[in-house]
Every structure is written in structure tokens, then in C-alpha cells.
Design a protein around this ligand. Structure first.
Ligand code: PLP
Length: 385
């Protein structure tokens, strides 16, 4: 069988060794506590469940959704105004089957072989893989302790910026846990204008942000909609990861190109998902705020526990993850994660799996209640690691 050369562009599976070890443990009847994957353990709000159930009973909802319905597009526009104070029109919105898929499609609509795209290192893997899929070349900018875990555009050489077609930015940032500031967003807009590139902002975690900081939209900043688009996913705010509800919002010609590409190989978001999205976007957001407070309790439990176990206090200002520097000068994140699982049953993601600048760190997902996370820290402290 002949497979496309495209498949060879993706790196080998860093998780394979971890998976194998996990299966071995489970086969021996040993417990695991999985903090490696960012699937929320919280449930979707009841009114979303009801909207989905009602849609399932409506025969119309079982048909192709050729396009996004005007009601759903309007719900996104109204939400942007209500939640972020941003005015967008329906031609500035298009649904995606999750940001993950949307990033892949967008790369195919924006770039060709030989183009350059600015990608954070470490990053959520699809930022890089979408570029590789399109045949373009990622140029990695670091999100490291030295840059305060945020993009530093002044470090990007002018010739690289001039060659780049777009730059992926995502704040609050998975995996590194940093958040944006108005100054940073303004700097990014000026940079995009100066070098004639597009900013693609992934706003997956605007509702999971700590210590009183406010999550917003990149599009709230003057000029952003001229130089940028934003992915806005309902996955994490509303615990609907499996339904694949996300939007690309912003510069109209980019939205039109995205729709054109997408319509060649798929139809629109299924109508039951559209109904759920309308329910989520038009209801009060108390449950979203309450959930953020619960995530903060988890963040505190884990970070305090790690500090008590001798770790440096992790960078964790937003997202449902904690980015922790390995203790005692260790640098090998995969080796550390394997030993941690072997000795404690706790599974974390090695930082190196997110890019070379992730080495020396591990990522914990806040998918267990505070008491369980305190137990995790006690296990770590007792492990001798
Ligand atoms: C930065 C970031 N973007 C996007 C996603 C996924 O969003 P979606 O479920 O809409 O594909 C995640 C999920 O972990 C993420 O961390």
C-alpha cells in the first residue's frame, strides 16, 4: 500500500511509550490517575443537554446542515458583544468542527508549500501540525521562562517576519499557562501591520483565567479585525468537547476563504450542535464563572502541593493546565513522566511533546477535584522524585 509523503511530516508518537506503560500497569490491576489529557470532568450545563435532546427529537435536525443557520451566526455575534464588547457581523463568523479541525482547514486555505508560518514553541500540537499538513514551514518562536512565556515579537528577525504569512498566538496559553495583556495584543497588531501577516489567535481559554484577570477577545483591540482572526471554541467553557463546536471569527476575506475551502469537503455544523451552541451562547454565564472558580481551587491545590513537595511554583495564570518545571534540576521530561507513572500511577504529559522549549517541564491537567490533586502531590512527595 502506498501512503502519501504528507504522513511523514509528523513526528513520532511521544505518547507511545507512556501508553504502553499505562497498559502494563492497568493489566497488573494497578491504579492510575490520569492528568495528561485536557478533557474536562465537569458536565455540560443542563440547558445544553436539554437543547441537544430536543434537537434529537426534531426530524429536521437529522438532515445535512449545508450552512451555518442565521440564528446561530447571530447568537455568536450577540455573544461577542455581550461577553467581549466586540461587534462582529455574520460575514465575520464561520463554524468549525472544533478548533483542532479548524486550524488544519485554515492552514490549507492560507498557505502553500514553501511559505513560512510563525508558531509558538511549546504549543498545542495542531498549531504546528496544521502548518506541516499544508506543506508550509513552521518558524518557532519561544514561549520560555526568558520571554515570560509570552510571544516576544522584537526577537523575531525582520526577514522572517516579512516572509511569514501568519502567526499563531494563543493566550491563555496551553501548555505554558501564561495570559495576554492589552500591551501585548497591541504590539502583535502593530507587528502584523508592519510585516503584512495575519494573526491567528486561538481563544480556547478565555473563561479559565485566574486571580481576577479578565479573559477577553483578541478582536477587542483596535485594528485586530483587519489583521486577524480568532478561533472561539465552546469545548472548555461549556464542557462540550465531544460535540466539536468552534468558530472562526474576524477578518471577512479570511472567513470567506475558510468557508470556500471547507465547503469542498464537508457540510456545515450538524443542526443539533447548532442548537446546543445557540443555547450556550444566549444564556446567563453564571455556570461558566462558577466553573472558573472551581478550576482555580484545583490550580491552588496542585501548585501549593507541588511547592510543598519541593517544586518551584508553576506558571499557571490561565487554562485548565499547570506547567511545572521538573524538580531537582531534572531535564528529561519523558523519562520523568515514565518514572512518575511507575512510582505513583500519576500520568502527566512530558513538556518535550509540545516542542523543544517544553523540555524540562511537565504539564498537569486540572481534571480532578482539589482533594485528589492534594493526594497526587503527597504521592509525588513520597516518591523520591
Ligand atoms: C489551545 C487549544 N486550542 C484548541 C483546543 C481544542 O479545541 P476544540 O475542542 O474546539 O478542537 C484545545 C484543547 O485542548 C487547546 O488546548
Amino acid at each position: 500500500m502506498h501512503f502519501s509523503a504528507r504522513l511523514d511530516r509528523f513526528g513520532s508518537e511521544v505518547f507511545a511509550a507512556l501508553k504502553e506503560l499505562r497498559m502494563k500497569r492497568e493489566a497488573q490491576g494497578l491504579a492510575v490517575i490520569d492528568l495528561s489529557i485536557g478533557t474536562p470532568d465537569f458536565e455540560p450545563p443542563a440547558h445544553l443537554v436539554e437543547a441537544y435532546a430536543q434537537a434529537a427529537r426534531d426530524p429536521e435536525c437529522w438532515k445535512y446542515a449545508i450552512v451555518d443557520t442565521p440564528e446561530m451566526l447571530q447568537a455568536v455575534c450577540s455573544y461577542y458583544e455581550r461577553r467581549f464588547g466586540v461587534q462582529v457581523s455574520p460575514d465575520m463568523v464561520c463554524s468549525a468542527h472544533g478548533t483542532q479541525e479548524g486550524m488544519g482547514m485554515l492552514a490549507l486555505a492560507l498557505v502553500d508549500e514553501g511559505d513560512t508560518v510563525l508558531v509558538p514553541d511549546p504549543c498545542y500540537p495542531v498549531f504546528q501540525n496544521a502548518v506541516l499538513l499544508s506543506g508550509a514551514t513552521p518558524w518557532y518562536y519561544p514561549l520560555s521562562r526568558e520571554t515570560g512565556f509570552v510571544p516576544r515579537v522584537s526577537d523575531i528577525p525582520a526577514e522572517v517576519a516579512d516572509a511569514a504569512r501568519y502567526m499563531v498566538v494563543s493566550l491563555p496559553a496551553n501548555p505554558v499557562g501564561s495570559i495576554g495583556t492589552p500591551e501585548l495584543y497591541r504590539e502583535l497588531i502593530a507587528f502584523a501591520r508592519e510585516h503584512d501577516l495575519l494573526i491567528v489567535h486561538d481563544n480556547a481559554y478565555s473563561d479559565i483565567i485566574y486571580d481576577g484577570a479578565q479573559g477577553g477577545s483578541f478582536l477587542a483591540y483596535e485594528g485586530a479585525a483587519e489583521v486577524g482572526v480568532e478561533f472561539f471554541s465552546l469545548s472548555k467553557s461549556f464542557n462540550v468537547t465531544g460535540l466539536r463546536i468552534s468558530y472562526l471569527v474576524g477578518r471577512p476575506d479570511v472567513i470567506a476563504a475558510f468557508k470556500r475551502l471547507h465547503s469542498q469537503i464537508d457540510f456545515g455544523m450538524p443542526l443539533p450542535q447548532q442548537r446546543v451552541a445557540i443555547a450556550a451562547l444566549t444564556w446567563p454565564l453564571d455556570s461558566v464563572r462558577a466553573q472558573c472558580a472551581l478550576y482555580q481551587e484545583r490550580r491552588d491545590a496542585l501548585c501549593d502541593g507541588l511547592v510543598a513537595a519541593g517544586w518551584e511554583r508553576p506558571n499557571a495564570q490561565g487554562t485548565m493546565f499547570v506547567w511545572a518545571k521538573l524538580p531537582h534540576g531534572r531535564e528529561d521530561s519523558l523519562g520523568f513522566a515514565m518514572e512518575l507513572m511507575e512510582r505513583t500511577g500519576v500520568i502527566v504529559t512530558p513538556g518535550a511533546s509540545f516542542g523543544p522549549h517544553g523540555e524540562g517541564y511537565v504539564r498537569f491537567a486540572l481534571v480532578q477535584p482539589p482533594e485528589r490533586l492534594r493526594e497526587v502531590c503527597e504521592l509525588i512527595a513520597a516518591s523520591g522524585l
